[in-house]
Design a protein around this ligand. Structure first.
Ligand SMILES: Cc1cc2nc3c(=O)[nH]c(=O)nc-3n(C[C@H](O)[C@H](O)[C@H](O)COP(=O)(O)OP(=O)(O)OC[C@H]3O[C@@H](n4cnc5c(N)ncnc54)[C@H](O)[C@@H]3O)c2cc1C
Length: 799
């Protein structure tokens, strides 16, 4: 009996801790009173009671007696943390301080405020943006022949280049006053998504001038003269930009570049002016071979003190016309047979006047900060749009192909093995799109969410990799044999480009997401670091006290929510989706506990423990992705047709969170801590499963149907209404196949062999009428065209 009362007491204590914020004094008195009652009534025996009083004394006395706390707790912790902090380079510091935090901080807090999520407005297009998508982008897509681009020309056609430039595709982020389109992040993303669904080469070509590059940097940091000189020309495509950061020795660690500019005097327009003499060697530069203006990142030095006492000025950015003496440009790389322009460039003793530095003299040495700030925006738009465009195209083609392609007398999409792959295609695509949309809403609110955009870049390009691979598997040989009618192979080949650029994925997952997230989004860490840095023991002591309270609350939430399977969490919605909100809140609390413990015990070591850090990234990333999926479903008015996709995406994402947390605990370096964390996070074990077979089955069938669910998947991609088109013929075959479904069903109900060779006889017997026979023949023809692959004469160039 007394054990039952004791358990009830612990439960009430945990529940109160979770729900009510009480002062330390009230807590101490309550716990002391409870211990007194337990001891007085001799419920737990003398030995255990003494042990509990000792634990109580050890925990509570230092909390109340500040001198003692400082001496025995705060000071040793202060010294330990100071020593264990890894050296942070200036570039890392600047990266950590750049951008804003929002929903990611809520997830980090352990107690997300759903109203903040719901208040993020839904994406909207202006009439002008809509019109551009329906006319200019539609026309551009119809002009793109990917086989011609990637195989025959290794370039876009001159007509396509001209169309892109003259219709303002290079000026989507440039304000109207400079002749640009001034599109929202959402519109910009819709444009890239649509083009990417047709040709990745064209999408990358359009993406680059609108992403991290000269226009973006000029808009944020350029002088008025620079803006006036360049922006209108960039908007009209009269200047073609590129941005050169990467060099042969400095890839991911771009800050270690050996491209050097030395302050000196030189001749410019007949006058002697101050500037830099720059030598550089860069590679992999997109649009580099055709650029007329080169954005260059270089390390600036002032050995002769012409600007002041500082000799090492730091990374700086300049805009250099490629016609300048000493600039060598024009050779090409071939990135996996994609035909967008990409190549190396170099400069020997190029004199660059001060006026060519982006932002002028004031921005010398601020190059790294400028780049990471703007990357926090750009990487949330371009590659996510490209990934979703590819995902939607694979969903459309694979759904249609699986329905029209028959083996063993059945559409291959009816086989469970194929359905498993198809459910990943549809589920991940819906999930990716929801994540893209939420991030764009934040960007359109003026946020620069550095951690979130790193998450979106990583998880969307990785999901695209999975989706395209699954699409290839379902297409079998149809996806492998290359030629004008293959709509998947180039996409498949190009996947690693998205994985590698704008922060290579391994590095982004294992170093950036949690590394930056823990510093930026944690409610106390940044302030604690500042207190450590400035040797401010008093502030550190106050922060540690609050931090301890925060940790205790989250431990209580994590245990209580885990034991109750999330049922004790209040959900902001009712109905089927409430469960997912509850699980998300539960994992947010568990994530906060595990990250606090890891940060406290491993400190600076965590930076080197990239496998742990990568799992933290997975947990945070999939919590964000799950929130985005739920938010979209609410924002769209809970459409019945999307329910299967939402459930699949939430189950998939929450399972990943669970497995990531489990992985962190399992591999935590200290055994005793492992057991504690298991007790706090998984007191009843791991109870979530990945999407069920039944859900996979439903989702795969929706992909093969022409219903509303499929419309959501296809929303925003280019869908030619032309049966002669490589993708249009597949859609046409699907439509006809579904039209003949009642006829085929009738034959099956009559137990008649529905094989093609019997149709003529069946018609003569009156089982099929002439119109039905005609339709069936038409379908077979359409299917044959849709499943055909290209072949080429032997020993000749494949043209
Ligand atoms: C097609 C293409 C277009 C590009 N366009 C441009 C452009 O326009 N402008 C420009 O400046 N650059 C551009 N880049 C360069 C691109 O940004 C770099 O390729 C990228 O930064 C990675 O550098 P790297 O290829 O040298 O790989 P490396 O830096 O050598 O990395 C190799 C591997 O190690 C991993 N890694 C490295 N450090 C760590 C770490 N600390 N922790 C964990 N993993 C780590 C990386 O994730 C990667 O998987 C382009 C590259 C390509 C391929």
């Amino acid at each position: 009996m007394q054990w039952f009362v004791l358990l009830a007491f612990v439960f009430v204590l945990l529940f109160t801790l979770v729900r009510v914020q009480l002062s330390l004094l009230v807590w101490t008195t309550t716990i002391a009173g409870a211990l007194f009652v337990i001891t007085a009534l001799d419920w737990i025996g003398g030995g255990l009671a003494i042990a509990l009083w000792l634990i109580f004394a050890v925990c509570m006395i230092p909390l109340h007696w500040s001198e003692m706390r400082k001496r025995w707790l705060t000071e040793p912790l202060f010294q330990h943390m100071k020593q264990s902090l890894p050296p942070i380079s200036n570039s890392e510091k600047e990266a950590m301080e750049s951008g804003t935090v929002g929903w990611d901080a809520e997830l980090f807090s352990g107690n997300p405020d759903w109203q903040k999520l719901f208040h993020i407005p839904k994406n909207k297009l202006t009439d002008e943006e809509k019109n551009f998508l329906d006319s200019d982008v539609e026309v551009l897509c119809s002009m793109l022949d990917d086989w011609d681009i990637t195989h025959k020309r290794n370039d876009l056609s001159p007509e396509v280049w001209e169309f892109i430039k003259s219709h303002g595709f290079f000026g989507m982020i440039i304000p109207k006053e400079y002749g640009g389109l001034d599109f929202s992040a959402y519109a910009h993303s819709q444009v890239v998504q649509k083009i990417a669904s047709r040709s990745l080469t064209a999408a990358v070509t359009v993406m680059v001038p609108n992403s991290l590059g000269p226009a973006e940097l000029l808009l944020s940091y350029g002088t008025d003269t620079q803006k006036k000189h360049y922006l209108s020309k960039l908007a009209k495509g009269e200047e073609i930009p590129c941005f050169a950061l990467t060099s042969p020795v400095a890839g991911s660690d771009a800050g270690a570049m050996t491209d050097v500019g030395v302050v000196c005097k030189g001749k410019y327009k007949g006058k002697e002016v101050l500037g830099f003499r720059i030598n550089w060697e860069k590679r992999y530069i997109t649009l580099g071979p055709v650029a007329t203006v080169l954005g260059l990142a270089f390390h600036a030095y002032d050995p002769d003190g012409l600007l002041g006492d500082t000799k090492d000025l730091g990374i700086s950015c300049a805009l250099i016309p490629t016609a300048t003496k000493g600039v060598k440009i024009g050779r090409r790389h071939y990135p996996l047979n994609a035909a967008f322009m990409n190549g190396p460039n170099s400069g020997k003793d190029v004199f660059v006047p001060m006026d060519w530095l982006i932002g002028g003299e004031a921005y010398i040495g601020k190059g790294w900060q400028m780049l990471v700030e703007r990357l926090a925006v750009g990487r949330g738009i371009s590659l996510p749009a490209l990934s979703v465009g590819a995902g939607k195209r694979v969903s459309q083609t694979t759904g249609a192909y699986a329905r029209v392609r028959k083996q063993f007398h059945l559409p291959v999409g009816k086989f469970e093995g194929v359905q498993e792959a198809m459910s990943r295609i549809g589920g991940l695509t819906y999930m990716m799109d929801s994540t893209r949309l939420l991030t764009l809403s934040m960007l359109d609110q003026g946020e620069r969410p550095a951690v979130i955009t790193a998450i979106v870049k990583y998880y969307l390009t990785e999901s695209m990799r999975q989706v395209v691979n699954d699409g290839m598997d379902v297409h079998g040989g149809r996806g492998i044999c290359m030629g004008p009618s293959n709509y998947l192979a180039r996409m498949y080949q190009t996947i690693p480009v998205g994985i590698t650029v704008e922060g290579a994925n391994i590095l982004t997952r294992s170093m950036i997401i949690f590394g930056q997230g823990s510093m930026r989004c944690h409610p106390f860490i940044q302030q604690e670091m500042a207190a450590l840095e400035s040797d401010d023991m008093a502030s550190f002591d106050a922060l540690i006290l609050q931090h301890a309270g925060h940790l205790m609350r989250n431990i209580a939430r994590s245990v209580l929510f885990s034991v109750s399977g999330g049922r004790l969490v209040s959900s902001p919605v009712s109905g089927d989706m409430a469960y997912y909100y509850q699980q998300l809140a539960r994992f947010s609390a568990s994530f906060a506990v595990v990250s606090d413990v890891a940060l406290m015990l491993l400190g600076g070591q965590l930076k080197r423990k990239e496998m742990l850090s990568g799992r933290f990234a997975d947990a945070l990333g999939y919590m964000y992705i799950c929130s985005a999926t739920l938010k979209r479903f609410e924002g769209d008015g809970q459409p019945e047709s999307d329910k299967v996709s939402v459930q699949w995406a939430c189950q998939y994402a929450l399972y990943q969170v669970q497995e990531a947390l489990h992985g962190i605990i399992r591999h935590f370096p200290m055994r005793i801590v492992r057991w504690k964390l298991y007790a706090w996070v998984f007191p009843l074990g791991r109870r979530l499963n990945p999407p069920s077979d039944a859900l996979n089955h439903q989702l795969a069938l929706q992909l093969q149907d022409l219903g509303d669910a499929r419309k959501t998947w296809l929303d925003g991609i280019y869908l030619p209404d032309d049966a002669k088109d490589v993708v249009g013929c597949l859609e046409y075959a699907l439509q006809l196949t579904l039209q003949t479904e009642p006829i085929m069903q009738r034959l099956r109900d009559l137990d008649i062999n529905d094989a093609q060779e019997n149709w003529q006889v069946l018609c003569e017997q009156g089982v099929l009428n002439k119109d039905e026979l005609k339709l069936l023949m038409q379908v077979e023809k359409a299917i044959r065209k849709a499943i055909d692959v290209d072949d080429f004469p032997q020993g000749r160039k494949r043209k």
